[in-house]
Design a protein around this ligand. Sequence first.
Ligand code: ORO
Length: 305
Amino acid sequence: MQRPDMSVAVAGIKMRNPVMTASGTFGYGAEFADYLDLESIGAMISKGLSLKPKAGNPTPRIVETPGGMLNAIGLQNVGIDAFIEQKLPYLKNVNTPVIVNLYGNTLEEYGEVAARLDGLSGVAGIEVNISCPNVKQGGIVFGTDPGAAQEVVRLVKKNTSKPMIVKLSPNVTDVVLMAKACADAGADALSLINTLTGMAIDLERRRPVLANVTGGLSGPAIKPVALRMVWQVARAVKLPLIGIGGIMNGRDALEFMLAGATAVQVGTASFLDPSAAQRIAGEMEQYLVDHKIDSVSSLIGALEV
Ligand code: ORO
């Protein structure tokens, strides 16, 4: 048998396989080059970038929890100009699509960051973060209100000709409502889910573990929630979806595709195993070989209910 066709496309971004690296878990790409072949994965997504550099929240800002971890990084990043000058030149020499995750402290800032990236070669698309749970301004403020989300999506759309993915928050009552709002406002694809707001307590010190008190929960603990949300959104919205949430191996990734995702993002797994994204793509391919399936795209939304 020939090797299965692992390629997929999300909003015109062609990928050799469905495995992308989730924002904030893969640095700016180069940091991982010693651990995996950057040309073995589907796409890379940068840490969320803002107009100005940002130091993030005070430490401690990461803690392990049962089946997962909490983070409260606070969107630390080098700023969009430093990314373009210092990080992008390296990435341009890697034959893998680069998607830039971006956010704004204000509505206008979202538009401004998107505008700086427009027309730049080496940027295959953008992912708009309206779902960071760890900052007071920006992020989730726009991701829990359908009207506010639409304002961001419309403004970014006006400022970019690149494919626009919008990253949704699970910290809402009705994720389908948010997905529809973003679709109506012009999103080209949706990624879901960002982390679930949680907290950890140090009993002896009677204090929260994280300096920020709360953080975003990720890892296998959230996979069932993420699968449910991808499945619900897939039934309600026509856009391509990118599934995220506790994907540790190829089987997890394929479950997201059955639920309706065209591609997946690997995040927390890269902290345990920095080569996880490459390994997961290989495991997906092996599943197809073992089950005599010719193309991974035939599994998208193929769940029988
Ligand atoms: N953490 C998350 O869990 N999601 C985000 O979008 C951003 C952060 C962070 O920088 O704290």
